[in-house]
Design a binder for this molecule. Structure first.
Ligand SMILES: [Zn+2]
Ligand SMILES: [Zn+2]
Length: 305
């Protein structure tokens, strides 16, 4: 009886030792886990674009629905922005064959956009090459029809070109290509972590999360770039303000906290560790109980003699 419980306690000890082994290996294997499951935070993706620690080349891949291609001006604006702020040895643009229009399809929800990304995105990140995928759509975003663009999942930008053309026509001051360029750079700014995505920023717009409050002059990260274009709108800015440029410099070098896979590892390890400890506690408790029972029995036996 006594021996059996002790062996149960050993099982608990082995469980705890296993957990310690998992913790130690997870400290040395996060790079492998991250790559295997693509478990990165948006902040980590931002750093992959900004510095050349792991990726020294960048491909900007464009896809577009028939009739709504990216303009040369917008592509050149994004390219020169990237060349200015991302530390890459080479930046290459590729343009895929046009996507045929689907009759009656002009509203896109999250699932619809994700299906399109899955189907048409050609290049994948790897072997020193980072990829930015830009998808131009013919319709509008189903949640908010006046949205001009979105950043999607840390490595994708969606541009609602049809919506951009529609809203631009309301104002004589606006030019489709300028608005399109501003939206494209704005969405890339979100991919790079602006403003305050995964870090604290002093100039984040308090009413419009993750946008610039323009306290140091006009900025492409203003929330107005993305959704509000009215009759009297002025041409939107194409450049980051000095505060946003400072933030990009900070993001490029900032140490990141724990990633998603590390949180998961710690959760699994902590729960297994707790189970192991409870097991040992129960076994030792039972051992003590048996010991007391034995003494009780022995004392009673002695009294009877
Ligand atoms: Zn925005
Ligand atoms: Zn700014």
């Amino acid at each position: 009886m006594f021996q059996l419980d002790r062996s149960k306690a050993y099982v608990g000890i082995i469980a705890v030792l296993t957990v310690i082994a998992i913790v130690l290996s997870s400290l040395y294997l996060p790079a492998y886990f991250r790559e295997w499951g693509d478990f990165y935070t948006s902040f980590e993706y931002a750093q992959m674009y900004l510095n050349d620690d792991r990726y020294d080349e960048l491909i900007i891949e464009y896809s577009y629905v028939q009739g709504f291609p990216p303009s040369d001006f917008a592509r050149e604006t994004l390219l020169s922005t990237i060349e200015e702020i991302c530390h890459k040895d080479s930046v290459v643009e590729t343009k895929n064959e046009m996507i045929p229009q689907r009759p009656g399809r002009n509203r896109y929800d999250r699932d619809g956009v994700e299906d399109m990304l899955e189907e048409y995105r050609g290049n994948e990140r790897g072997e020193g090459t980072m990829v930015l995928y830009v998808l131009y759509l013919d319709g509008e975003w189903s949640d908010k029809p006046n949205v001009l663009g979105l950043s999607f999942g840390g490595q994708n930008i969606v541009i609602f070109k049809h919506t951009i053309i529609t809203v631009t026509q309301r104002s004589p001051n606006l030019d489709v290509e300028v608005v399109e360029s501003s939206v494209l750079v704005h969405e890339f700014g979100h991919i790079l972590g602006l403003v305050g995505i995964g870090y604290d920023s002093e100039h984040e717009d308090k009413e419009h999360k993750h946008h610039c409050d323009e306290s140091q002059g006009s900025c492409v990260m203003s929330y107005t770039v993305e959704i509000r274009v009215g009759e009297d709108s002025e041409p939107p800015p194409l450049e980051f303000c000095t505060l946003c440029m400072d933030d990009l410099e900070l993001i490029r070098t900032l140490e990141d906290g724990r990633g998603i896979e590390e949180h998961l590892t710690f959760m699994v390890v902590a729960s297994q560790g707790a189970i192991g400890l409870i097991w040992i506690a129960v076994c030792l408790g039972k051992k003590k109980q048996d010991y007391e029972h034995y003494h009780q029995y022995y004392d009673d036996y002695e009294k009877d003699q």
